[in-house]
Design a protein around this ligand. Structure first.
Ligand code: NAP
Length: 222
Protein backbone atom coordinates (compact mmCIF):
# COMPACT_ATOMS: atom_id res chain seq x y z
CA UNK A 1 0.00 0.00 0.00
CA UNK A 2 3.05 2.25 -0.10
CA UNK A 3 2.22 5.64 -1.59
CA UNK A 4 -1.53 5.00 -1.46
CA UNK A 5 -3.93 7.34 0.32
CA UNK A 6 -6.69 5.60 2.28
CA UNK A 7 -9.80 7.17 3.81
CA UNK A 8 -11.30 5.12 6.63
CA UNK A 9 -14.55 6.26 8.23
CA UNK A 10 -15.32 5.58 11.88
CA UNK A 11 -11.68 5.02 12.82
CA UNK A 12 -11.96 6.40 16.36
CA UNK A 13 -12.37 2.88 17.74
CA UNK A 14 -13.30 -0.73 16.98
CA UNK A 15 -12.88 -2.16 13.49
CA UNK A 16 -12.05 1.25 11.97
CA UNK A 17 -9.19 1.91 14.42
CA UNK A 18 -7.73 -1.57 13.83
CA UNK A 19 -7.98 -1.09 10.06
CA UNK A 20 -6.23 2.30 10.22
CA UNK A 21 -3.40 0.73 12.24
CA UNK A 22 -2.86 -2.14 9.79
CA UNK A 23 -3.10 0.13 6.74
CA UNK A 24 -0.38 2.36 8.25
CA UNK A 25 1.81 -0.71 8.83
CA UNK A 26 1.24 -1.64 5.17
CA UNK A 27 2.61 1.76 4.14
CA UNK A 28 -0.57 3.69 3.30
CA UNK A 29 -1.13 7.32 4.24
CA UNK A 30 -4.31 7.05 6.24
CA UNK A 31 -7.00 9.69 6.61
CA UNK A 32 -9.15 9.13 9.71
CA UNK A 33 -11.43 12.14 10.08
CA UNK A 34 -13.22 12.58 13.39
CA UNK A 35 -16.98 13.01 13.40
CA UNK A 36 -16.58 16.78 13.72
CA UNK A 37 -14.60 16.77 10.44
CA UNK A 38 -16.80 14.24 8.63
CA UNK A 39 -20.32 13.70 9.96
CA UNK A 40 -21.99 10.98 7.95
CA UNK A 41 -25.44 12.02 9.09
CA UNK A 42 -25.03 15.25 7.13
CA UNK A 43 -24.47 15.14 3.35
CA UNK A 44 -23.11 18.68 3.25
CA UNK A 45 -20.42 17.66 5.78
CA UNK A 46 -19.46 14.79 3.43
CA UNK A 47 -19.13 17.14 0.46
CA UNK A 48 -17.18 19.71 2.53
CA UNK A 49 -14.76 17.08 3.82
CA UNK A 50 -14.03 15.55 0.42
CA UNK A 51 -13.48 18.93 -1.22
CA UNK A 52 -11.01 19.77 1.59
CA UNK A 53 -8.84 16.73 0.77
CA UNK A 54 -6.28 17.74 -1.82
CA UNK A 55 -4.78 14.31 -2.52
CA UNK A 56 -6.46 11.66 -4.61
CA UNK A 57 -7.97 9.03 -2.39
CA UNK A 58 -6.95 5.60 -3.70
CA UNK A 59 -8.69 3.51 -1.05
CA UNK A 60 -12.01 4.04 0.72
CA UNK A 61 -13.17 1.94 3.64
CA UNK A 62 -16.79 2.68 4.50
CA UNK A 63 -16.60 1.39 8.05
CA UNK A 64 -18.59 3.76 10.30
CA UNK A 65 -21.97 2.37 11.18
CA UNK A 66 -24.77 2.52 13.72
CA UNK A 67 -27.13 -0.15 15.00
CA UNK A 68 -30.06 0.97 17.16
CA UNK A 69 -32.05 -2.08 18.16
CA UNK A 70 -35.74 -1.91 17.28
CA UNK A 71 -38.35 -4.44 16.17
CA UNK A 72 -41.31 -3.62 13.95
CA UNK A 73 -43.45 -2.11 16.69
CA UNK A 74 -40.62 -0.07 18.23
CA UNK A 75 -39.17 1.24 14.98
CA UNK A 76 -39.69 4.95 14.50
CA UNK A 77 -39.04 6.81 11.29
CA UNK A 78 -36.19 8.80 12.78
CA UNK A 79 -34.23 5.66 13.68
CA UNK A 80 -34.93 4.17 10.25
CA UNK A 81 -33.90 7.35 8.43
CA UNK A 82 -30.76 7.90 10.52
CA UNK A 83 -29.63 4.28 10.08
CA UNK A 84 -30.13 4.35 6.32
CA UNK A 85 -28.35 7.71 6.11
CA UNK A 86 -25.21 6.72 8.07
CA UNK A 87 -24.94 3.08 6.95
CA UNK A 88 -26.05 3.35 3.32
CA UNK A 89 -26.51 6.84 1.85
CA UNK A 90 -23.30 8.30 3.28
CA UNK A 91 -21.05 5.45 2.01
CA UNK A 92 -22.68 5.75 -1.41
CA UNK A 93 -22.15 9.53 -1.58
CA UNK A 94 -18.55 9.16 -0.37
CA UNK A 95 -17.91 6.57 -3.09
CA UNK A 96 -19.50 8.82 -5.70
CA UNK A 97 -17.20 11.68 -4.70
CA UNK A 98 -13.93 9.74 -4.42
CA UNK A 99 -14.55 7.62 -7.52
CA UNK A 100 -14.05 10.66 -9.75
CA UNK A 101 -10.31 10.82 -9.03
CA UNK A 102 -10.02 7.02 -8.81
CA UNK A 103 -11.38 6.83 -12.36
CA UNK A 104 -8.92 9.48 -13.57
CA UNK A 105 -6.07 7.49 -11.94
CA UNK A 106 -7.46 4.19 -13.21
CA UNK A 107 -6.97 2.71 -9.73
CA UNK A 108 -9.20 2.33 -6.71
CA UNK A 109 -10.20 -0.01 -3.92
CA UNK A 110 -13.46 0.36 -2.00
CA UNK A 111 -14.42 -1.84 0.94
CA UNK A 112 -17.81 -1.56 2.57
CA UNK A 113 -18.18 -2.97 6.07
CA UNK A 114 -21.49 -4.82 5.98
CA UNK A 115 -22.70 -7.38 8.53
CA UNK A 116 -23.91 -10.96 8.86
CA UNK A 117 -27.34 -9.40 9.46
CA UNK A 118 -27.37 -8.76 5.71
CA UNK A 119 -27.14 -12.52 5.17
CA UNK A 120 -29.04 -14.05 8.09
CA UNK A 121 -31.57 -12.47 10.45
CA UNK A 122 -31.90 -11.56 14.10
CA UNK A 123 -34.88 -9.86 15.71
CA UNK A 124 -34.71 -6.10 16.42
CA UNK A 125 -32.16 -5.51 13.63
CA UNK A 126 -34.72 -4.26 11.10
CA UNK A 127 -33.23 -0.89 10.13
CA UNK A 128 -29.71 -2.24 10.40
CA UNK A 129 -30.47 -5.30 8.21
CA UNK A 130 -32.17 -3.06 5.65
CA UNK A 131 -29.13 -0.78 5.48
CA UNK A 132 -26.53 -3.56 5.32
CA UNK A 133 -28.48 -5.70 2.81
CA UNK A 134 -28.77 -2.64 0.58
CA UNK A 135 -25.05 -2.04 1.03
CA UNK A 136 -24.37 -5.50 -0.42
CA UNK A 137 -26.47 -4.61 -3.46
CA UNK A 138 -24.65 -1.30 -3.83
CA UNK A 139 -21.32 -3.18 -3.62
CA UNK A 140 -22.25 -5.49 -6.48
CA UNK A 141 -23.66 -2.69 -8.63
CA UNK A 142 -20.62 -0.45 -8.13
CA UNK A 143 -18.31 -3.38 -8.90
CA UNK A 144 -19.82 -3.71 -12.37
CA UNK A 145 -19.99 0.05 -12.96
CA UNK A 146 -16.43 0.77 -11.84
CA UNK A 147 -14.60 -2.38 -12.95
CA UNK A 148 -13.59 -0.96 -16.32
CA UNK A 149 -11.89 1.93 -14.49
CA UNK A 150 -9.62 -0.33 -12.43
CA UNK A 151 -11.70 0.15 -9.27
CA UNK A 152 -12.52 -2.96 -7.22
CA UNK A 153 -15.45 -2.82 -4.79
CA UNK A 154 -16.08 -5.46 -2.13
CA UNK A 155 -17.86 -5.83 1.18
CA UNK A 156 -16.90 -7.59 4.40
CA UNK A 157 -19.74 -8.99 6.48
CA UNK A 158 -18.37 -9.52 10.00
CA UNK A 159 -20.08 -11.69 12.56
CA UNK A 160 -19.78 -10.73 16.22
CA UNK A 161 -16.72 -8.57 16.82
CA UNK A 162 -15.31 -7.56 20.19
CA UNK A 163 -16.13 -3.82 20.00
CA UNK A 164 -18.19 -1.25 21.87
CA UNK A 165 -21.04 -1.75 19.41
CA UNK A 166 -21.32 -5.41 20.43
CA UNK A 167 -21.17 -4.72 24.17
CA UNK A 168 -23.71 -1.92 23.75
CA UNK A 169 -26.23 -4.26 22.09
CA UNK A 170 -25.57 -7.50 24.01
CA UNK A 171 -25.25 -8.16 27.76
CA UNK A 172 -22.17 -10.07 29.05
CA UNK A 173 -24.44 -13.12 29.53
CA UNK A 174 -25.68 -12.85 25.94
CA UNK A 175 -22.09 -12.49 24.68
CA UNK A 176 -21.16 -15.69 26.52
CA UNK A 177 -24.06 -17.56 24.91
CA UNK A 178 -23.19 -16.12 21.50
CA UNK A 179 -19.53 -17.17 21.88
CA UNK A 180 -20.61 -20.72 22.65
CA UNK A 181 -22.75 -20.80 19.49
CA UNK A 182 -19.90 -19.68 17.21
CA UNK A 183 -17.93 -22.65 15.79
CA UNK A 184 -14.65 -20.93 16.75
CA UNK A 185 -16.10 -20.38 20.28
CA UNK A 186 -15.16 -16.70 20.49
CA UNK A 187 -15.91 -13.28 19.06
CA UNK A 188 -13.65 -11.84 16.35
CA UNK A 189 -11.06 -9.27 17.33
CA UNK A 190 -11.22 -6.04 15.27
CA UNK A 191 -7.78 -6.79 13.76
CA UNK A 192 -9.12 -10.01 12.25
CA UNK A 193 -11.62 -8.00 10.20
CA UNK A 194 -8.95 -5.40 9.40
CA UNK A 195 -6.66 -8.11 7.94
CA UNK A 196 -9.32 -8.89 5.35
CA UNK A 197 -9.65 -5.19 4.52
CA UNK A 198 -5.87 -4.95 4.05
CA UNK A 199 -5.93 -7.76 1.52
CA UNK A 200 -8.95 -6.41 -0.39
CA UNK A 201 -7.48 -2.89 -0.56
CA UNK A 202 -3.97 -3.93 -1.50
CA UNK A 203 -2.55 -4.59 -4.94
CA UNK A 204 -2.50 -8.28 -3.97
CA UNK A 205 -6.21 -8.19 -4.64
CA UNK A 206 -6.22 -7.84 -8.38
CA UNK A 207 -9.26 -9.86 -9.40
CA UNK A 208 -11.87 -10.02 -6.61
CA UNK A 209 -14.69 -7.51 -6.94
CA UNK A 210 -18.40 -7.35 -6.14
CA UNK A 211 -18.14 -9.89 -3.32
CA UNK A 212 -19.51 -9.97 0.20
CA UNK A 213 -17.01 -11.84 2.36
CA UNK A 214 -18.49 -13.29 5.52
CA UNK A 215 -15.94 -13.24 8.37
CA UNK A 216 -17.83 -14.74 11.30
CA UNK A 217 -15.97 -17.71 12.80
CA UNK A 218 -18.46 -19.98 11.04
CA UNK A 219 -21.55 -18.50 12.75
CA UNK A 220 -23.84 -18.49 9.68
CA UNK A 221 -22.93 -22.10 8.83
CA UNK A 222 -24.96 -23.33 11.80
N1 NAP B 1 -18.99 -4.94 16.15
C1 NAP B 1 -19.57 -5.90 15.46
O1 NAP B 1 -19.80 -7.00 15.98
C2 NAP B 1 -19.92 -5.70 14.01
C3 NAP B 1 -20.46 -6.80 13.32
C4 NAP B 1 -20.81 -6.64 12.00
C5 NAP B 1 -20.63 -5.43 11.38
N2 NAP B 1 -20.11 -4.38 12.07
C6 NAP B 1 -19.96 -3.13 11.36
O2 NAP B 1 -18.61 -2.71 11.43
C7 NAP B 1 -18.53 -1.31 11.43
C8 NAP B 1 -17.70 -0.82 12.63
O3 NAP B 1 -18.29 -1.37 13.79
P1 NAP B 1 -17.62 -1.21 15.23
O4 NAP B 1 -18.17 -2.30 16.06
O5 NAP B 1 -16.16 -1.02 15.12
O6 NAP B 1 -18.35 0.15 15.69
P2 NAP B 1 -18.12 1.14 16.94
O7 NAP B 1 -17.08 0.60 17.84
O8 NAP B 1 -19.48 1.45 17.46
O9 NAP B 1 -17.55 2.45 16.18
C9 NAP B 1 -18.37 3.11 15.27
C10 NAP B 1 -17.58 4.17 14.55
O10 NAP B 1 -18.47 4.83 13.63
C11 NAP B 1 -18.39 6.23 13.85
N3 NAP B 1 -19.64 6.90 13.53
C12 NAP B 1 -20.89 6.59 13.96
N4 NAP B 1 -21.77 7.49 13.49
C13 NAP B 1 -21.07 8.38 12.75
C14 NAP B 1 -21.41 9.54 12.02
N5 NAP B 1 -22.65 10.02 11.96
N6 NAP B 1 -20.43 10.21 11.36
C15 NAP B 1 -19.14 9.79 11.43
N7 NAP B 1 -18.75 8.71 12.12
C16 NAP B 1 -19.71 8.00 12.77
C17 NAP B 1 -18.04 6.37 15.32
O11 NAP B 1 -17.49 7.65 15.54
P3 NAP B 1 -17.59 8.42 16.97
O12 NAP B 1 -16.32 8.08 17.69
O13 NAP B 1 -17.67 9.87 16.59
O14 NAP B 1 -18.82 7.94 17.67
C18 NAP B 1 -17.04 5.23 15.48
O15 NAP B 1 -15.76 5.64 15.04
C19 NAP B 1 -19.96 -0.79 11.43
O16 NAP B 1 -20.36 -0.48 10.11
C20 NAP B 1 -20.74 -1.96 11.95
O17 NAP B 1 -22.08 -1.97 11.49
C21 NAP B 1 -19.76 -4.49 13.38
Amino acid sequence: MKGRVALITGASRGIGAATAELFKKAGARVLTPSRSELDLSDNSSIERYISSVEDSIDILVNNAGINFLAGLEELDQEVLGQTLQVNLVAPLILTQLVAKKMKANRYGRVVNISSIWSVVAKERRLAYAASKSAMNGVTRTLAIELGEHGILVNAIAPGYVNTELTSQNNSPEQIQLISNSIPLHRLAEPAEIAEMAVFLCSEKNSYMTGQVLVVDGGYVCR
